[in-house]
Structures are given as structure tokens and as C-alpha cells.
Design a protein around this ligand. Sequence first.
Ligand code: 6PG
Length: 241
Amino acid sequence: MKLKISKTKQEVALNFSRYLAILIASKDTVHIALSGGSTPKIVFDELAANFQEDIDWKGVHLYWGDERCVVPTNADSNYKMTDEHLISKIQIPKKNIHRIKGENDSEYEARRYAELLIKKLPRLEGIPRFDLVILGMGDDGHTASIFPHEIALWHSPRLCEVAIHPDSGQKRVSITGQVINQAKAVAFLVTGENKADKLDEILNKKGDFEKYPASLVAPQSANLVWFLDAAAAAKIKTNQS
Ligand code: 6PG
């Protein structure tokens, strides 16, 4: 596990974009699961504004780790956010975009997306293997759309599950723990002081840290990087940067 702590959110975006550019340059075909949330939005803006020359998107396939069950034109849609901030601004073939269809019946979509992952991705031990899964962490310790009150979904034998947001009751389709932990690499993007307490518990293994889904992220490849800003990392004791 590696920590990459940057001073500001903007620097997190820059450092992650550099990491992504190197990863994409290393292979002809790269399968990446994206996340929703505020930090990816800044990253997408950085990629669109400053990495046009550095990244050839032709061999990149984009998927989502989770999606809100809404139509793709809804303001809540992770696809919509990604389209506005990244996809519409880069040269990527349409056939490389594999969105979770939030407008479909959620149970149907969880099954359909699982089949799509089986079809499109290389597999290890029968489980689809992303080159990179990008994750955020909520201030309640959730990741993808696996929330603490439904932590059992993390351990599901299925590749995708239907989750319910604890406050809004909104349905989400999310990949499960076995898919996340089978990835060749996992990168967390976490910024802001409201994340500091949970990061302290999870990274310093304090108290009931195991009740937070984000604490269960432990790829078999051991290739896990936490991209944090100083505010989020305020309570972590480390010499790394
Ligand atoms: C989503 C996410 C979710 C997100 C976290 C962190 O669709 O909401 O994929 O897991 O990454 O809630 O979001 P922020 O970066 O906005 O804090």
C-alpha cells in the first residue's frame, strides 16, 4: 500500500493524472473502472485541460465502479458527470465507453453489467480483472456504492449488486468486493477535512475500522495507492509523501 499525499486537491488531480498517464502508456488496452464524487471531477478537469498530449485514449476502455439508478441525463448520474468533464473533451472511441445503465431496472442492470464485465475483461480465477479501479471514500467510510449498513454486499458472490443509499434511499448499482480486490491496481482519490477521521481509523486501524467498506479494499496484487490531500491526511502518521 502506498500513500501519496499532496498539499491541495488540485495537486492530487495533477499527481493522479501523471500516474494514470504512465499506466495508460504501459499497455495497448487498458480497462479502467471510474468513480463518481467530487475528487474525480477535479481529476477529469485536469486530464481534459492538461493531459491531451500525454494520453492516447484509443486503447482505453472506461467502466464504472458504481452508478446511481437514474437516467443518464439526470444531475446525479456518474456517467453524466464523466461525460461533461472528460469524455466529451477527449478523443476516445464511443465503443470504449461501457456505462452502467442507471435507467434500467436495477436488478436487471446488476446482472447485465456483471455479464458485460465477464465478456469484456480478462479474468483471473473466473473474476474480471480491471487494470485499475478508481475509488472515492464517503465520510461515512463507504466506497463505490457499498455503504456501512450494507457491508454484506461487499462479500457478495455476485460481481455487481444493487445498493441503497442510507439517507436518500436512492438505488445504486455497484461492483462488489471481489471485483475490486481482483484489480491489478486500485487508486483511492480522497480529499477534504471531512474525510480525516475515517482515514485515521482506517489507515491507523483504530477502533471499529472494519465496519467501513473502504477498510476492506485490499487488492490481491497489493497494488493500492491512496491519493490524498493534506486536509484528508491530517490525522495520518506517516513519513511518506
Ligand atoms: C458515488 C461514488 C462514491 C464516492 C464517494 C466520495 O457515486 O457517489 O462512487 O463512492 O466516490 O461518496 O465522494 P466525494 O469524492 O464526493 O466525497
